[in-house]
Design a binder for this molecule. Sequence first.
Ligand code: SF4
Length: 478
Amino acid sequence: MGATFVGMPVFPVAARAALGDTQLRHNLAHATGTIRDKRARVVAEVGDWEDLRTAGAAIKDATLADLEHHLVQLEARLTEQGAVVHWARDAEEANRIVAEVAKSHAVDEVVKVKSMVTQEIGLNEALAEEGIAAWETDLAELIVQLGDDLPSHILVPAIHRNRAEIRQIFLDHMAAAGRPAPDGLTDEPAELASAARLHLREKFLGAKMAVSGANFAVAETGTLVVVESEGNGRMCLTLPEVLVSVVGIEKVVPTFADLDVFLRLLPRSSTGERMNPYTSTWSGVTPGDGPQEVHVVLLDNGRTRALADEVGRQALRCIRCSACLNVCPVYERVGGHAYGSVYPGPIGAILNPLMRGVGEDPQVDSLPYASSLCGACYEVCPVKIDIPSVLVDLRAQVVDAHRGGKPKLEAVAMKGAASTFGSSKRLRFAERFARFGTGLARRLPVASAWTGARDLPKGPVESFRAWWQRTDGGKNDG
Ligand code: SF4
């Protein structure tokens, strides 16, 4: 249960190791291929899919442009309806808030709905340090947790495991976490699902507190939304007495009507389904129905840093569907662990540097290069995040961050050119030496970076302006 991404090597090193694992590559190719085909089939059914994508991107952009207003409205609506709203600048603050709520109820175990944001902040590990066990209830997350493993996909965290491996994990580790796996368990999917169901049911019935994230948070109504396929989320959100939801500040959408767009985009893009089997919504506390104490932790943890990046802020539109992972040729070959983060694949390659900043951590700085820039991710993204453009911009930021304050040669050359073209006297002088200057520059070793792939033509014997003056505008030529 203590596995973390801390100390992961830079992407090229981790990728090389992953490429040597043929079982991993086989599992990934099979799983991503299946989801990719399902997605393509159900997306093709929607005539106005491109309009939906445009609408999704526009709603997110408009919300991000006025984020403070929508967050304050969300806080007000939630508070009016009996929820307690907390603000957390970073992972440490968010983890402390959740642990304090648990301790105030003398809780030593909580059940969890699958949530990327709680993985991002390392909540399970932080709670474990306080003596509180956090049990994952999503089937794939349960497999990862029991196997003391790391998630490798946003939607299918155990995508790197096949069913024989899953059976062995259940047999070896389920008993230590609660109800053991049944005797004679085979690797039939129905049997594995049944073993997980029986194991988890005991957890649901015994838990006093649950922790969730949220796919969306509606500002005008103070409504949180969780979509899922297994029903475990619905159990966590309704059975325990206390519910704490950790929500990234970019999850807010202005109105309930906006959900219409995202609830059509998300299931087709993620699981390749027409709609999510379970869509749970709640707005604060309803007396006598569901959790009677509801906390919402609104988390920054680098999101405002990403928002400040003019090119990169579009990454905050992401609805974590994972379609970009499933089409990425790099992800399909190396898997999620090589990205060293709970956010792998194309979106992880931009989100991690944007939220954590570049120039500090070589592992983070290696991520914008973890792409062939083929553009497949952009084509499938339901909210039209131009991942290749953001990657290119981040590569420039990484290079600049490692320049150590030295000005770029190109920038110096451009400044010199601007000064020369700004004065006819200087331009005349420069023209006189152009032929000699270019001839010399071609021999300098520093010019090889340019001349290795491009021409550096020799300057003319006489400039146009000199010719014009000498011939009186061509009248005396020849
Ligand atoms: S970047 Fe787009 S395709 Fe990738 S997970 Fe986010 S919303 Fe889905």
